[in-house]
Design a protein around this ligand. Structure first.
Ligand code: AMP
Ligand code: ZN
Length: 665
């Protein structure tokens, strides 16, 4: 056997032992013998550097230091999940997807919802290449070196599987390991970690991978993402992933209906505390991958999956004081400041009280003993008062009458649950909040400028609105705290580059009340420029598809405000895109005006999303289910048979992908 073969053999052997121990939980070698073999391999690799392999088992011990984690864009977006809390919620979901798919024959998988930090592992030709955190779903931090230290993650796939794929999963700290870590910390006089989830996610961002290697992290996998159509169902792809070395928990179960899903829910609701790790619910997914594709995604989550949250943990504590927070729109949120209390693994000090009605309805008063609940949300809420513990002679809470930041009298319009501070241009958190929104990633996406810096710039009186950003000079920024020449230049460069951001995003960035991302897109498409939009009447506005009274009124109010007109003029004069560019106009027509399309099956010339965009760009509408109103079905390969029947029943015209392309070209 030559050296190369020797190295190969040792690597295979060590990989197999790792797999047996860390994935199958079945040791096939003593620690001592494992170390001897690992040392042997290390020696051979050192002597023969030409056989270096970044995925060798010797590379798992850590040793790299990462000062700054690279931001990488996900090839496929990492969506969030819609939540449900009751059997009715799940039944509603089932009805919705049955309608879209046009069939009741839908199979589901039931999985535990692992509570840790999501991770995206990329493999090419069976080799692990990188690991990226979920981040905001579009892009995350590259933590490859840290992830490599987790022994249950295979670095090379030798058995039959797809070759290029992403594995999605959750990095967790099993309870045993977490408790042991804490005992060691306490013994050293250090503070204990609060909960496994935050500790797991914090571990991924440690700079020294040797430290990560010491932590008993694990990785549970729940999704294979690939363009290779080797497997027909989600279940099958996961079963095969498990066979080739991934830790896919065997708790995954198939169900034929929501009633069967509920058996799984009930079982784990009772048994989840016996698991070696934490779960906060169940995830239900449509099993058939083709059906998944048919269902697609909303702007936040797949339509083919839903999380079911177990009933939240509750605890009682004393409400010390009610304070008020001012948001970027001037909306006031009352906050309960609590006697700190442990709840579901974290210390809770504050809870949201939502609005004045909520306080009145629950009759919440300072010094009351209140029940606090924490579901999946980060901010806990108060669900009631323990009246038996209320002191005598207390008086109902009187809601704030003036803004805590600028002392302007608060107003509340009929039909709105919230109070507002209308001092838009003079109230600090509103000024900062609006600028922070303006620069955020989905808006102007200004690199080199963060939320805290905005606050600093405002405090230094360098900016008091978003248009001021474009007047900033490097010399003004350099003298500020924690700023250097380089960072100041980057900031100015980032601001300069934002002048290329397309109109629809600029419109969203303006922060007009009720004009979110989707609405901004609709308005930009319809009105084409800020002038047209600001000149539109209430009637014209509500005639736009999906624009209601509330949004229309908000736009009218925005446009009538002289301050806003001023800001818009300044943005225009510095060159911010306040109209749809000629280039994107060129790709848009009215050819499909008034026509409603349903898209079904698999396409070749473009992806399903590109197809939908093409329909909308040409003035058509995309609907998710077939009805009498549907004009055309664009059918790709493998169109669902039930859809076909329904289309025939309703006499809807079915066209091919090519027919569609001809239609718009
Ligand atoms: P949420 O963060 O509440 O929107 O829930 C979505 C997250 O649940 C995903 O990003 C995953 O990290 C996590 N998750 C945990 N277990 C699963 C599972 N079995 N399937 C899908 N997602 C899961
Ligand atoms: Zn105010």
């Amino acid at each position: 056997m030559n050296v190369q073969q020797q190295i190969e053999q040792l690597r295979n052997e060590l990989n197999t032992h790792n797999y047996n121990y860390y994935v199958l939980d079945n040791a096939t070698i003593s620690d001592f013998d494992f170390d001897i073999k690992l040392k042997e391999l290390e020696k051979l690799e050192q002597e023969n550097p030409i056989f270096f392999d970044s995925n060798s088992p010797t590379q798992r011990v850590g040793g790299t230091i990462t000062k700054n984690f690279n931001t990488l864009v996900h090839k496929n977006r990492m969506y969030s999940l819609d939540n449900s809390y009751s059997k009715e919620d799940l039944q509603d979901w089932e009805k919705r997807i049955q309608k879209v798919l046009g069939t009741t024959a839908i199979e589901y998988t039931c999985e535990l919802k692992f509570d840790g930090a999501s991770i995206n592992l990329t493999y090419q030709n069976g080799q692990f290449v990188k690991a990226v955190t979920r981040g905001d779903g579009f892009q995350g931090d590259e933590v490859t070196n840290n992830i490599k230290t987790i022994r249950s993650i295979p670095l090379t796939i030798t058995k039959d599987f797809v070759s290029n794929f992403e594995m999605r999963g959750e990095i967790i700290l099993p309870l045993d390991g977490f408790n042991k870590m804490n005992q060691e910390r306490l013994a050293k006089g250090e503070e204990a970690y609060r909960n496994p989830r935050n500790t797991a996610s914090g571990s991924l961002k440690l700079q020294d991978s040797t430290e990560v290697a010491k932590r008993p992290l694990d990785c549970l996998l729940y999704q294979v993402v690939t363009e290779e159509r080797k497997y027909k169902t989600h279940f099958e792809s996961l079963e095969n992933a498990r066979k080739v070395g991934f830790k896919v928990p065997k708790t995954i179960t198939l169900a034929k209906s929501i009633s069967e899903v509920f058996e799984f829910v009930n079982y784990w609701d009772a048994k989840r505390h016996d698991l070696p790790y934490e779960t906060d619910g169940i995830v239900i997914k449509v099993n058939n991958l083709q059906q998944q594709e048919e269902l697609g995604y909303t702007s936040k989550a797949p339509r083919w999956a839903i999380a079911y949250k177990f009933k939240a943990a509750q605890v009682a504590t004393i409400l010390k004081e009610i304070t008020y927070q001012v948001g970027r729109t001037g909306a006031i949120t009352p906050v309960a400041n609590l006697d700190p209390v442990q709840l579901a693994g974290t210390t809770v000090k504050r809870a949201s009280l939502h609005n004045a009605d909520q306080i009145e309805k629950l009759d919440i008063r300072e010094n009351d003993t209140v029940f606090v609940e924490k579901g999946g949300e980060i901010i806990p809420k108060i669900i009631g008062v323990d009246f038996s513990k209320r002191a005598e002679n207390t008086k109902p809470t009187i809601y704030a009458t003036h803004c805590p930041e600028c002392n302007t009298a608060l107003v509340r319009t009929a039909g709105d649950a919230k109070h507002y501070c209308k001092n838009e241009f003079g109230c600090a958190p509103q000024i900062t909040g609006r600028i922070q929104h303006f620069i955020s990633r989905k808006a102007m996406d200004i690199d080199g400028l963060g939320g805290e810096t905005v606050d600093l710039l405002r405090k230094e009186n360098l900016i008091s609105n978003y248009a001021d950003l474009y007047d900033l000079k490097v010399e003004q920024i350099v003298p500020l705290e924690r700023m250097a020449e380089k960072s100041a230049q980057n900031m100015i460069l980032g601001i300069e580059k934002s002048k290329e951001i397309p109109f629809e995003k600029v419109l969203f960035a303006l922060g007009i009340r009720f004009v979110g991302e989707t609405v901004a897109k609709k308005l930009a498409k319809h009105f084409k420029s800020i002038e047209n939009l600001m000149a539109a009447s209430f009637e014209e506005l509500i005639n736009v598809d999906e624009i209601g009274d509330r949004i229309a009124q908000s736009i009218i109010d925005f446009s009538a405000d002289e301050g806003n007109v001023n800001l818009i003029n300044r943005l225009k004069s510095v060159g911010v895109q306040l109209a749809v560019s000629a280039e994107s106009l060129a790709n848009q027509t009215n050819k499909l005006e008034g026509q409603i399309f349903v898209v079904s099956g698999v396409f070749h010339q473009m992806s399903r999303n590109e197809l939908k965009k093409a329909i909308e760009d040409n003035g058509g509408k995309v609907s998710s289910s077939i009805s009498k109103k549907t004009n055309f079905i664009v059918a790709g390969d493998n169109m669902g048979p039930s859809k076909l029947t329904k289309a025939q029943d309703l006499d809807v015209t079915i066209i091919s992908e090519q027919d569609f392309v001809n239609k718009i070209s």
